[in-house]
Design a protein around this ligand. Sequence first.
Ligand code: NOJ
Length: 524
Amino acid sequence: MSHSSDAWWRTAVIYQIYIRSFADSDGDGIGDLAGIRSRLPYLADLGVDAIWVTPFYPSPMADGGYDVADYRDIDPLFGSLAEAEKLVEEAHASGLRVVLDLVPNHTSDQHAWFRAALASSPGSPARARYIFREGRGPNGEQPPNDWLSVFGGPAWQRVPDGQWYLHLFAPEQPDLDWTHPEVIEEFHDVLRFWLDRGVDGFRIDVAHGLAKDPEMPDVGEEPEDILEPTKRIDHPFWDRDEVHDVYRGWRQVTDSYAGDRMLVGEAWVATAERRARYVRGDELHSAFNFDFLKSDWDAGALRTVIDRCLVADSAVGAPTTWVLANHDVEREVTRYGGGETGLRRARAAALLMLALPGGAYVYQGEELGLEEITDLPDELLQDPTWKRSGHTVRGRDGCRVPVPWSTDGPSLGFGAGEPWLPQLAHWADLSVQAQDGATGSTLDLYRSALRLRRRLLEGASLTWLDAPPTALVLRRNDGPDAVVCAVNLGPEPLPIPDHEEVLLASGPVDDVVPADTAVWLRVT
Ligand code: NOJ
């Protein structure tokens, strides 16, 4: 088994839809499936190849839907199973593939299995699907070990009979025991349930976290190091070797279906080489490349990341998958310095990302140049991190604010009601309506880049050309189709490389590429 060389996912641009914030059809302030369906023409016109829809399953929403109570249905907030089926059908008719979000590390505490586990006694088969342990101390009143939850506080919750259960995320998200055959079989079945309905792939939540050290040893480090999956390789719950068996099993399931179904892993791991282990020929098809997202706006750092990731992934025959943003990280306009500088850099970064070989992700609103909203009112914050950190860490709501579609209306076209998080007034000027057809707008830049990329940039070759240390100049394709991407990350103007034609630029260019600007050039 190996990765086929012309499969769609190798070069696809996949648009991430955070369903709660994309488009609200019924005015309840929360995005839904009908909202997505109504915006398929926009997405097809944008020029992306596929959509990834964040979890839409029945859920108490303790973590925005990443606490799944039933993997085979749709939460009424978002619609119905019939509507999900229609979404797949209509997306396909619009030329878009559909990737669902699968959450295998944990269920909701309202999932039938966990309710059964709580209703059963210690040591019962129902508890064996989760990770229940006795506590430490004379009466077991101390957690079984020192593991911490990603959202703050201990990773263990005590139940009335005295046992503790593991939750690497919120207490409402109990971790499954992935050594249990029923857990393995259940997820094969869930995959088949959706594959039978025509979905093209799955994004795997916390792909690096499913396997735990059976000895459950203390981590014994500073709390922040315990949770940092990228700090060490020998970790009791992140990136353990056993997790790869799970993906080998899943790969057999997707391979048994026609039509290049794909699996993309959310794997936060220590190095590009460790990540490449997830995309070996008989495991996942791709994995988000978070090194690119985490890199500073620095030519040397970015070049190192790009080279290292390309080498690591190509060693196992997989494409690299570039990411600038998602619903868990600060929006890149803000990350790169905010204001005009941040936006200029974000636009240049988009041209760099879309010029690289492999796949790429666009997070809703990225194509509009939205910034992080950092001062949302405390009482509206919903990320569990806010509560679990004792109101010290505000969490990720600032990158999850509903998309502005039009220049006016109660939620700038997001829906008829008040949106679940308030937009900024100036987002009217960033709305799709305001940017549509406006030459030089960020939306226009993304549309143009995606069209050109489809036509000119699907090959695998990349050659670095000479450039000053504060610039990146790379060539894609050889021969008559060659394209050069030049990015100026420094303060001094960069002389524009020799070219036949300027194909696209993230800002005004003439015989120089100004600071924080990128350009695509046709060369011979
Ligand atoms: C990663 C998801 O992207 C994030 O939003 C979620 O909180 C955690 N996994 C837990 O499921």
